[in-house]
Design a binder for this molecule. Structure first.
Ligand SMILES: [Zn+2]
Length: 497
């Protein structure tokens, strides 16, 4: 059944998003947070919950919590404190998780995002933030895998104590797609500011979705019981799970299931393979966790001065960057979304290429089609791209000014990547721009006359001294082929190789 069957019901979605904060060490001890290490090699008495061990708060995690609050446009609490959330789970050896119930770092907030997706129009939407709080992650239960006998479960505590920020939204989203678009924006903003790498494959961003329907029925509004779908670990899963639940609620309502309608909250899991949610348990309430103030961690005052220092280090928000790209470079909303979603480095790279060639659309096309695909193929971030923005800009000048065709320009770019060369060198090496023989001879003759000392060195056999001469000729004739310059110089000096 498609979503259109729910037209007379309004879907209501709120999210609880857990992001792993980008710290080197855990929230309350000095153990490393590095992902993918051998099991139980990053543990100590504190994160294992041994008697007599005491937690020490990681100040970097607090800073990142403050930064996140600023990004979310929330209010930073003047004082934060920690609470114990008590429950038993095999991967939680302490028997409690240190979290923030009473005095979270962030109160309120709002995220504005472009909900347009593939549309060629800007469609701004807003989701309000309820709160965000710091907490530690639990370990991991490993069911099967290397060295684990069939039917047995092993515990890896490397992740136990890793700092998380839980961001709780108001129920402001009305579809799975909108939830996905909000998450994408949240992820972009947190990555841009270095709060979290939000790596979905490594579980650095996980999400629970609260979903129900508001239905107009017989002149009154009926709300179906809220379902919390736990541990959604991809944006696509969030979208599908929300749509699945909305449809399921509509069908249960149509079937007149009064027992369900009168019941309480449910916690459900999501089977991505089957595309279905399944009942896990009736929802626990806050009282079930027997929260208590954490006795080993005193409250921490957050000074206004620290907040200002962190605020001063913030980049513009992604939507501000998109707006600038649209206004200053005439980019389409779609292109601006793609460039901004990549990284702040991509925005800066784009600016340099666009300024260099004077054509935002051309720069955007080349970056999306050639640069991003190369980065994806080679698993590299933008700082690993072998071609400097200025050189790509120069190549695009050739495309526009010299009428270099796209296919040939791609050959030149490939040569620039292969040889680590400039646009002029690469096009010269490929013979893309032909320099006349007489121009080349004249330029070489002038350079030789201007450098008698180097010329005598070359004549004495120090042929490596020819390099600077080639460089000088290339300053005069950027499109000349270096190998041809070298040969011309040797010919003029009467030296054979
Ligand atoms: Zn530890």
């Amino acid at each position: 059944m498609t979503n259109s069957a729910c037209d007379s019901g309004r879907t209501i979605v709120g999210l609880e998003v857990h992001v792993q904060l980008q710290t080197n060490t855990k929230l309350f001890c000095g153990c490393s947070t590095l992902f993918g290490q051998p099991a139980n090699t990053q543990v100590c008495p504190v994160c294992c919950g041994m008697p007599g061990s005491l937690p020490v708060l990681n100040s970097r995690a607090v800073d990142l919590g403050i930064l996140a609050t600023l990004i979310l446009q929330g209010t930073v609490a003047p004082e934060i404190a920690f609470d114990r959330k008590q429950y038993f789970y095999p991967d939680l050896p302490k028997g409690y998780q240190i979290s923030q119930l009473r005095f979270p770092v962030c109160h309120g907030g709002i995220v504005t995002f472009d909900n347009g997706e593939a549309n060629e129009e800007v469609e701004l939407a807003e989701v309000r933030i309820e709160r965000a709080h710091l907490e530690e992650d639990a370990g991991k239960s490993l069911h099967g895998g290397e060295g684990i006998p069939d039917g047995k479960t092993a515990i890896d505590l490397n992740r136990a104590g890793t700092p998380l920020l839980e961001i709780v939204t108001r129920p402001d989203m009305n579809s799975g797609r909108q939830a996905r678009m909000f998450l994408a924006e949240l992820r972009t903003a947190l990555m841009w500011m270095g709060v979290s790498d939000c790596n979905l494959q490594e579980g650095s961003l996980r999400c629970d979705a609260n979903v129900n329907l508001e239905i107009q029925s017989g002149g009154r509004k009926v709300r179906t019981p809220i379902v919390e779908i736990k541990n959604l670990n991809s944006f696509r899963a969030v979208e599908r799970a929300v749509e699945f639940e909305a449809t399921r609620h509509w069908e249960l309502f149509q079937a007149g299931d009064q027992e369900w309608l009168g019941g309480g909250k449910q916690t459900r899991g999501w089977d991505d393979g089957r595309g279905e949610s399944f009942l896990q348990r009736e929802k626990e309430e806050v009282a079930d966790y027997r929260y208590m103030p954490e006795p080993d961690l005193p409250p921490v005052a957050i000074l206004p001065q620290r907040i200002e220092e962190l605020r001063n280090g913030l980049r513009p928000m992604p939507e501000t960057a998109r707006e600038q790209l649209r206004n200053r470079y005439g980019m389409s909303p779609y292109d601006a979304r793609v460039i901004v979603a990549h990284s702040p480095e991509a925005v800066e790279y784009f600016r340099q290429v666009a300024d260099g060639c004077g054509n935002g659309k051309l720069a955007s096309n080349w970056i999306q089609q050639d640069v991003f695909s190369w980065l994806a193929e080679h698993g590299q971030a933008l700082d690993g791209y072998p071609v400097a923005a200025g050189e790509l800009g120069l190549l695009l000048v050739m495309v526009q000014r010299d009428g270099l065709n796209q296919a040939r320009a791609r050959d030149v770019l490939a040569e620039m990547i292969r040889g680590g060369s400039t646009a002029a060198e690469a096009s010269g090496a490929l013979g893309v721009v032909s320099v006349s023989e007489s121009d080349l001879q004249e330029a070489c003759r002038q350079v030789l006359e201007a450098n008698p000392k180097v010329v005598s060195e070359v004549a004495e056999g120090k042929t490596q001294a020819i390099g600077p001469l080639i460089g000088q000729v290339r300053k005069r004739l950027p499109d000349a082929n270096p190998a041809a310059i070298r040969q011309t110089i040797l010919d003029l000096l009467g030296i054979g190789e």
